[in-house]
Ligand binder design. Structure first.
Ligand SMILES: [Fe+2]
Length: 246
């Protein structure tokens, strides 16, 4: 080989080496950049998840305030919606509902009596038994509640809980008299929990019943007022012992 040819070959080999080295360098930079990017995405996702959780908490708190504002109208109702929320949530958890579904049930439980806002104060406060006409007026509260709720699309899915919370498994409830399997599961949960809390609290016309009596009534109403599987769950899992904070 001539000297010139040798120089060219060496020069080319060096050039090739430089290209290879540059390539390795670029690859390393690329990996580093990708890792940084992944880290940034992870951080941002965490931030967003935190912000969303906070937003959901604030929203739930706002609805809690709304529910307790309604209860101020009826002192006997104080804390009722929140207790019903906590116990319904426990029932739903035991039934295997997902977190998002449990949250919807909690909203339904908090707002089920929102229609009472439109009911005459004198009827709500009346200590004695109600006349037929007064009872009819009270019975309007689920329909009024549904009307209020339906104005907000965010609450559209909980409207059945509001409208049907006084329906019964045997079809003798109100306002529509739907029965059995036609009653959606979240409504069945609310039916039993709402009644449980009402019986365990003072009312204008009676004192709170002792827990033994309440549980006896719940047992008696299996398949009548309440869905059989809900009564079984409530008693077997001792849902009535769920700790509640007002
Ligand atoms: Fe009600």
């Amino acid at each position: 080989m001539k000297k010139d040819e040798l120089l060219i070959t060496v020069h080319r080999a060096l050039q090739y080496r430089n290209v290879v080295l540059r390539n390795i360098q670029l690859q390393e930079e690329n990996i580093r950049y990708q890792k940084e990017l992944e880290q940034k995405v992870r951080e941002r996702t965490r931030e967003l998840a935190r912000a969303l959780a906070h937003l959901r908490e604030v929203h739930m708190d706002t609805v809690k305030i709304l529910a307790s504002a309604i209860e101020e109208k009826d002192p006997y109702m104080r804390g009722h919606s929140n207790r019903v929320r906590i116990i319904s949530s426990e029932m739903a958890r035991k039934l295997g509902y997902k977190e998002m579904e449990i949250e919807r049930i909690e909203y339904g439980a908090l707002l089920h009596d929102i229609g009472k806002i439109a009911i005459d104060q004198r009827i709500l406060d009346k200590p004695g038994p109600l006349t037929d006409e007064e009872f009819k007026i009270i019975q309007d509260h689920p329909v009024i509640g549904e009307r209020i709720i339906s104005k907000v699309s965010f609450f559209a899915d909980i409207a059945p809980m509001v409208r049907w919370h006084h329906e019964r498994w045997d079809g003798l409830g109100y306002p529509d008299g739907i029965k059995g399997e036609n009653i959606p599961m979240p409504v069945r949960i609310l039916n039993i929990v709402d009644s449980f809390d009402a019986m365990s609290s003072d009312r204008p016309y009676r004192k709170a019943m002792p827990i033994e009596r309440v549980l006896e009534i719940i047992r008696e109403e299996r398949g009548k007022q309440f869905a059989p599987e809900m009564v079984d769950l409530f008693l077997e899992e001792e849902i009535y012992k769920t700790p509640v904070v007002d």
